[in-house]
Design a protein around this ligand. Structure first.
Ligand code: GLN
Length: 253
């Protein structure tokens, strides 16, 4: 099953590579060879981490990336692509890093290098307000909505089988499908679940029992230790001096 899953993931990655082959920008450098611009890829469908408001990129990752840019003295350009294209885009060098509430996993570590982690998350189970589903165990035999290529997708397809899974490129479409009765549950990162359920608290509830615990980090191309070290030093700094928490507090009350 695991072999099959990694084969599927590889195919998805290759397709992602093909899909993004043409569009992204690359790092620009000044005359002395130092980068003046870094391209960050993200998937701006993931409030409160990254989303668009009136055409403007907002969210915890977006503000952190801006702060990182300021501290490194470079401009950060945002490339908004599908979640399952993020790692292939970093691998191909079309973006310098991916920052997208991305969970560190052993599988992903085979494709990219991760910085120090900057946030913790859990996979939450969200169900319609009147649902009888009360835990991960009662998801057996139900239709579960996930965002394509996310850890929610990977864990649920492993535990409940592919037939149980409905994949969406935007998790908000999964919530819509659940509202119209097409699926029974959505599995998504807890803070994103809270942000979405807050807007629609008469329709959905988040189960108390978490599904899996994880940590977010920034992904860079394998072997790009120069950028990795720079990002790590800024992450360490903003974690210890409270700047990261100040950004998080703006978005998570
Ligand atoms: N944390 C999850 C993952 O890394 C979901 C991230 C997302 O959808 N942006 O797979």
């Amino acid at each position: 099953m695991k072999k099959f899953l990694s084969l599927v993931l590889s195919i998805v990655m290759i397709l992602g590579l093909v899909a993004c082959g043409q569009k992204a920008a690359t790092t620009t450098a000044s005359a002395d060879g130092t980068a003046t611009k870094l391209v960050m890829c993200t998937n701006a469908e993931f409030p409160p981490y990254e989303y668009k408001d009136g055409g403007k990129f907002m969210g915890i990752d977006v503000e952190c990336a801006k702060l990182i840019g300021e501290k490194l003295g470079v401009e950060v350009e945002i490339l908004d692509i599908a979640f399952d294209s993020l790692i292939p885009t970093v691998m191909s060098g079309k973006a310098d890093f991916a920052m997208a509430g991305m969970t560190v996993t052993e599988d992903r570590k085979e494709s990219v290098d991760f910085t120090h982690t900057y946030q913790k998350a859990v996979q939450a189970i969200v169900v319609p307000i009147d649902s009888t589903i009360s835990s991960a165990n009662s998801l057996e035999g139900k239709k579960i909505g996930v965002q394509t290529g996310t850890t929610g997708d990977i864990y649920c397809s492993g535990d409940f089988g592919d037939a149980a899974i409905e994949r969406y490129s935007k998790i908000i479409d999964g919530f819509q499908a659940m509202k119209s009765g097409k699926i029974d549950a959505v599995v998504v990162d807890d803070q994103v679940a809270s942000a979405i359920v807050e807007q629609d608290s008469t329709a959905f509830k988040i189960l108390e029992t978490a599904y899996a615990e994880e940590e977010y980090a920034i992904a860079v191309k394998k072997g790009n230790t120069d950028l990795l070290n720079k990002l790590n030093s800024v992450i360490d700094e903003i974690k210890s001096n409270g700047e990261l928490q100040a950004i998080v507090s703006k978005y998570i009350k």
